[in-house]
Ligand binder design. Structure first.
Ligand SMILES: Cc1cc2nc3c(=O)[nH]c(=O)nc-3n(C[C@H](O)[C@H](O)[C@H](O)COP(=O)(O)OP(=O)(O)OC[C@H]3O[C@@H](n4cnc5c(N)ncnc54)[C@H](O)[C@@H]3O)c2cc1C
Length: 245
């Protein structure tokens, strides 16, 4: 028997947070939301007045403990769906979504650590759900986040990450690929082997590894990790490439 299809629901936008010049968080009230696991995503469907529909996937940014479902959408200027979600949607609007979806790219506190999270741009979103869940659950799992962003203002959730990093069991390493402000104390350039050597646990520690971002970023990082000796089976990958449709 085919699995039951997940129903579309109408969510209401209850808050919009301007995260960076290119990304917004939509906080949604979703009647009947069944709950989710950090790392899962939803499908969002837009319908034009003439009936034309477009749907895209968005990771859930909020942890399972949060009262609402939050999505953080980065605007892709020539995109069909993200400019609307990241620029036009307002509090009170309804949005059709279905979910939660996805079972392989998930982490719960019961899974334990150590954790290695590697994010490219908005690929931070599902990893942030994991870190929020880790904090809310009081997990002491050792966690390392390696975050790649174009510029400092493009770093999502920067203030919250700084607060979370007060936990000595969590290390946040940020690299900027395009330009860095004067006095920048973090790393520069794309994620490479040296950066992974500095930021990641040794392969022998068998970290649960989650890599998320644009397809090329995820493939590059996964290749580097495998070349460094990480077992492919410990690496979970989520590609934010276009889903089409
Ligand atoms: C499981 C999953 C979870 C996702 N979670 C998020 C999320 O939390 N936040 C988020 O902002 N996006 C997320 N995405 C990406 C999202 O689904 C869309 O692909 C993105 O918003 C672009 O949609 P669009 O309709 O604006 O662009 P489209 O009309 O689909 O594409 C327009 C142009 O942009 C290029 N393009 C499309 N997507 C990307 C991309 N991600 N990076 C670089 N170029 C791209 C296309 O090749 C094309 O040239 C996720 C994707 C998947 C598969």
């Amino acid at each position: 028997m085919a699995p039951a299809r997940i129903a579309w629901r109408v969510a209401t936008v209850v808050e919009v947070v301007e995260e960076t010049p290119h990304a917004r968080t939509l906080v949604l009230d979703v009647p009947g939301w069944p709950g989710h696991v950090a790392g899962q995503h939803v499908d969002v469907r837009l319908t034009a007045p003439d009936g034309y529909q477009a749907q895209r996937s968005y990771s859930i940014a909020s942890g399972p403990e949060a009262p609402h479902v939050a999505l953080t959408v980065a605007r892709i200027d020539d995109g069909e769906v993200s400019p609307y979600l990241a620029g036009e949607v307002a509090v009170g609007d309804g949005l059709e979504l279905r979910g939660p979806i996805g079972g392989h790219f998930t982490w719960t506190a019961a899974d334990g650590g150590p954790l290695l999270l590697v994010a490219g741009g908005s690929g931070l979103v599902p990893l942030m759900a994991m870190l929020r869940h880790r904090a809310a659950a009081g997990s002491g799992a050792e966690a390392r986040l390696l975050l790649s962003a174009r510029t400092a203002p493009d770093v999502l959730y920067a203030a919250e990450l700084a607060e979370l990093a007060a936990d000595p069991a969590l290390t946040v390493t940020t690299t900027l690929t395009r330009s860095a402000p004067d006095g920048w104390g973090g790393r520069r350039g794309r994620v490479d082997a040296a950066m992974l050597d500095a930021a990641a646990p040794a392969p022998a520690a068998m970290p649960r590894t989650y890599v998320c971002g644009p397809t090329a970023f995820v493939e590059r990082v996964a290749d580097l990790l495998v070349a460094r000796g990480h077992a492919a089976g410990t690496i979970h990958a989520e590609r934010f490439g276009p889903t089409g449709g």
